[in-house]
Structures are given as C-alpha cells and as structure tokens.
Design a protein around this ligand. Structure first.
Ligand SMILES: *[C@@H]1O[C@H](CO)[C@@H](O)[C@H](O)[C@H]1NC(C)=O
Ligand SMILES: *[C@@H]1O[C@H](CO)[C@@H](O)[C@H](O)[C@H]1NC(C)=O
Ligand SMILES: *[C@@H]1O[C@H](CO)[C@@H](O)[C@H](O)[C@H]1NC(C)=O
Length: 504
C-alpha cells in the first residue's frame, strides 16, 4: 500500500501542474538544458534502416531521472529544411527509467536534416542538431568506398572476440577447394547458400530443397553492400538450424557460416536471421525488435509477478521437463506450451495448450526462463532487453554474442538438465536486489551490444577478417546468379560518394 501511494505521488509530479512541495517536485521534472542527448542517429554518416538516439532526462540539480517523466515529455521533429514534406517517421519510445529512445525511418534521402528536441517548447541539450548531408536512407544504394571510414562513421569496435575465436582455426581459406568439396559434402542433405561478393555485388547459388531462409541473408547482404563496399569474399551459409562442421582435425575443416554455434562444432557464427530481420524491418514489417522491446518492458520491477515465466513449443526434451516442473510447482514457475510439433502431446503430463502470449507481456513477470529450442533460443536478445532477470540454461549452443555474457552478471545460470531451476528461482526471490542488478546489467548489455549498429559492424568485421584468410581469388562460379538490389523508383537517390556525381 505504501508503495502504491508513493508511486501515486511520483505520477502527480509528472503532470505539468505540480501541487506538491517544491523539493519533491523538482526531483521529477526534467530540465531542457541539463538533459542529455546522444547517439548515432544524430550523425549524418551512420546509415541505418531506422536511425536512433537517446535522451536521458536530468533535473535542474543535475540528477538523472530514474522513472518516466511522462511519455510525451519530449517532442522530437526531424525535418529537411529544403523539402516542404519530409518523408520521415519519428517515434519517441519511453523506456520508463527516465530515458527515451528516439527512432526515425526515412523514406527518401536528404541534403540536410534538422533534428529538434523540445521540452515544453524549449530546446533540449544542443538541439537543434543539424545533420549536414547528404543523409542517405536505407534503400539508397550508396556504399562508402572505404571500409575503414565506414567503421569510423559507425563507431565499430576494432575487434569481436567471437570472430577471432571462430577464424583462428582456419590458417587459410582455399576457395577452390571449398567450392569443390563443400557442396559434395553437405549439398545433398543440407540447405546451403554459396555466396560470392565481387565488386560489391552479391552472387548466389543454392543447394538443397529448403532454401527459403536465404531471403534473410540476401536482404542483409544487400543492405550492407548499399552502405559500405565489402571486400571480395566467397563463403557458404548454412540455412539449417544446426551447425554442421563436426570434424576435429584442423587440416580438413570447412568454413561454414551458421546462425548458431555449438561447443561441438566449428562453424563460424553470425548474428541470427531473426535478429538481422528485425534490424532491417524495424518500423517496418516486424513489431518485435531491439528498440520496440525497450518501450514494452512491463510494470516496474517491484510490481512484476514473482512467478517465473516461460512459453514456447515442444522443440526439445528439456522443455517437456520444464513444463512438468511447472505443473508440480505452480507457485514458483508458470511454463506452458503454445504449440506441439515434435513430441506426442500427452495432456495428462503437459497440460492443455495455452494461448499465445504477446512477447511484451512476458515482462509482467520478474523471472524469464531461457531454454534451448531446436538450437539456441533466439529470443535471448529480446529477453535481455526487457527489465526482467533471465535464467539461462547452460547449453552447447550459442549465438554470436553469448561469449561476452557472464553468468551471475548478465543472467542467472541454470544447469543444462534444468535440475536446479527451482532452486535458482527460489534464490532470485530471496535475493531481490541482486536479481534486479543482474536484470539491469543484462538490459544494459542488450542496449549497448545488440542494436542495429553492432549487427552491421559484426558482419562487416567478419567479412574483413575472413577476406584476409582467402588464399585464392573469389570467383563467380558456374550456376551463380546475381542478387539484385530492389528498385526504389518512388524515391531514387543520388549517391555522392562515387563517380556517379559526375554523371548528374
Ligand atoms: C546519467 O545518465 C547518463 C546517460 O545514461 C550516464 O552516462 C550518467 O553516468 C548518469 N549519471 C549518473 C550520476 O548516474
Ligand atoms: C502471478 O502469476 C501466476 C502465474 O501466471 C498467477 O497464478 C498469479 O495469480 C499471479 N500473481 C499475481 C499477484 O497476480
Ligand atoms: C559450452 O562451452 C561454454 C564455454 O566454454 C561453457 O561455459 C559451457 O558450460 C559449455 N556447455 C556445455 C553444455 O557443454
């Protein structure tokens, strides 16, 4: 009750008319000059499908606000001074912790952009921010010729330890040998794409029947080659769930790019198709992405339900185990299937199927269980970004960023066989402050390392490092076809980075 009335007070403070004593009020009212604004979305050269930046509300005394001052506190306008009707869609996302994520998607390129951030008609921080153009939009095919310069523009890290680890076992990459051996070894039973990138054009040949997932890789490669000139590279992408290279002896290894890695295989891991798709389709086809999730993290920590939560399908035996445990211990764990596909559905053991729950509603619960599906559960980036604590099953499977995560820092570890899951939930309930810290560290990790810029940097760096290992020339092989850039007839853009300018 006390808690409730306190949060009531805070809410009152957020309304423009404050009826409370000054001391209480000022603490929750942001100051236009003291509030902080930063991020790539304020830089003309960082081309992304949806550009973004951050606002941290800070009060008059210089203290960060830690609760929302109200969703409509800041008004953001993104306009082009030279065009009367700018085709730019802006969203201000309230992260409920005193900070905001602003994202905008441009449907045309502009010679200049003005980003105005207003708090009750007063400019915030250094607003207006003038982005001296050209400012290119996502579908503009305008690669920066210098990879080094592009990495600078994107503030890419100089290395990724997972890439170094994955490539360290390949002293050299012989493309002639691979072009011959990899289709023979995997081409019949697996779904593979053989890609060559030459002169920044993407070529492909597919192997296997089920190659529908190539659309994710194609789309990402096209997006990347519109932004930066890639080195000439030739490589194989595994479209299946499981990583493929199980050989132990180094001299016989084949480099295979996969969306999931494992302790027992030597595949080269890339950000998943799910994450790349959500990067490309942010403010587009997808509703769950690394930005939208930050605005939908459920009630504040103290008000979250203290039962652990899981929903999913029956893609692994441990998941059956989890649901059985939940049925025996409903006060600790709510885990249920939304779908049966792989195992026989025995209702007496696993209960009735439950209705699909919107992902954002997961965050009504304090404790999120992450259990492998077919391979690693690709919901991990989104789970981390919410403000619940993640209890992660130890697993042989991993995504491109798992090696940067630390147990007890970013998540609470649970054993591979789930034998300690109840114990760990109990621990979290009894150590609320520690659990909350872990939740916040996980969230901070996701906010820093799993956003669109990091995904583009990772792929670029991977190709750059891989290129150095190639000992033969990448070739457009027999049967390869060009993957064409989509046409943007509605909003053509003029690329000023290359010779194209002279032709205008
Ligand atoms: C206030 O927020 C900014 C932005 O997140 C952060 O860099 C800074 O360290 C915070 N200041 C304090 C005193 O916590
Ligand atoms: C918390 O969630 C559990 C399981 O979904 C539910 O049975 C329980 O009623 C909820 N508790 C509260 C206080 O809402
Ligand atoms: C997989 O390897 C990681 C890193 O070495 C290790 O922490 C983890 O326990 C291993 N998991 C399994 C199930 O082998």
């Amino acid at each position: 009750m006390l808690l409730r009335s306190l949060s009531g007070l805070l809410l009152l403070c957020c309304t423009p008319v404050c009826l409370l004593p000054e001391a209480v009020c000022t603490s929750a009212v942001p100051s236009a000059s003291k509030s902080l604004v930063w991020g790539l979305g304020l830089e003309a050269n960082a081309v992304l499908p949806a550009r973004f930046f951050f606002i941290q509300s800070v009060d008059k005394a210089g203290k960060n606000l830690t609760t929302s001052p109200g969703a409509n506190t800041f008004e953001v306008k993104v306009t082009s001074p030279s065009e009367a009707f700018s085709r730019i869609w802006v969203q201000v996302l309230d992260r409920q912790d005193g900070s905001f994520l602003v994202r905008y998607r441009m449907y045309a390129s502009y010679t200049e952009l003005n980003v105005e951030i207003l708090l009750k008609n007063k400019h915030v921080a250094k607003s207006p921010y003038i982005l001296k153009g050209p400012v290119y939009h996502e579908s503009c095919n305008c690669p920066e010729p210098s990879g080094a310069l592009w990495m600078n523009h994107m503030h890419c890290p100089s290395s990724f330890s997972q890439i170094q680890h994955d490539l360290s076992i390949f002293p050299k990459v012989d493309l002639e040998r691979n072009a011959h051996e990899i289709p023979q070894r995997f081409g019949q039973r697996q779904s593979l794409c053989h890609y060559t990138i030459k002169n920044n054009q993407v070529y492909i040949k597919t192997y296997g029947e089920h190659v529908g997932f190539r659309i994710f890789m194609d789309a990402f490669l096209l997006s990347l080659t519109r932004k930066v000139r890639l080195p000439d590279v030739e490589f194989f992408v595994n479209l299946g769930d499981w990583p493929l290279e199980k050989r132990r002896t180094t001299d016989k290894l084949h480099p295979i790019f996969s969306w999931c890695g494992s302790n027992d295989t030597r595949d080269i891991v890339m950000p998943t198709y799910d994450l790349t798709e959500s990067v490309l389709e942010t403010m587009g086809r997808v509703s769950l992405d690394m930005m939208s999730v930050q605005a939908n993290t459920g009630p504040p920590w103290a008000e979250k339900n203290m039962t652990a939560f899981w929903r999913g399908r029956d893609s692994r035996r441990e998941r059956l185990e989890l649901v059985k445990l939940a049925r025996a211990n409903p006060e600790l764990l709510d885990a249920a299937f939304t779908n049966f596909f792989f195992f026989e559905h025995v209702e007496s053991l696993y209960g009735p199927l439950v209705k699909h729950v919107s992902f954002f509603d997961f965050f009504k619960y304090k404790y999120q269980i992450n259990v492998d599906g077919t391979v690693a559960a690709y919901r991990m980036p989104y789970l981390l970004a919410g403000d619940s604590v993640v209890l992660k099953q130890d697993s042989t499977y991993y995504e491109h960023f798992y090696s940067q995560l630390q147990p007890w820092v970013h998540y609470i570890p649970i054993k591979a066989d789930l034998s300690d899951v109840l114990e760990k939930i109990q621990w979290a309930k009894e150590h609320d402050e520690e659990a909350r810290k872990i939740a916040q560290a996980g969230q901070q990790f996701a906010r820093t390392h799993l956003m669109a810029d990091s995904i583009f940097c990772y792929y670029y760096k991977l190709f750059q490092e891989y290129e150095k290992l190639q000992v033969t020339e990448p070739k457009i092989r027999d049967g390869m076809e060009l993957v064409e850039q989509p046409k943007d007839d509605l909003f053509p853009c003029y690329c000023h980075r290359t010779k194209v300018k002279d032709e205008l």
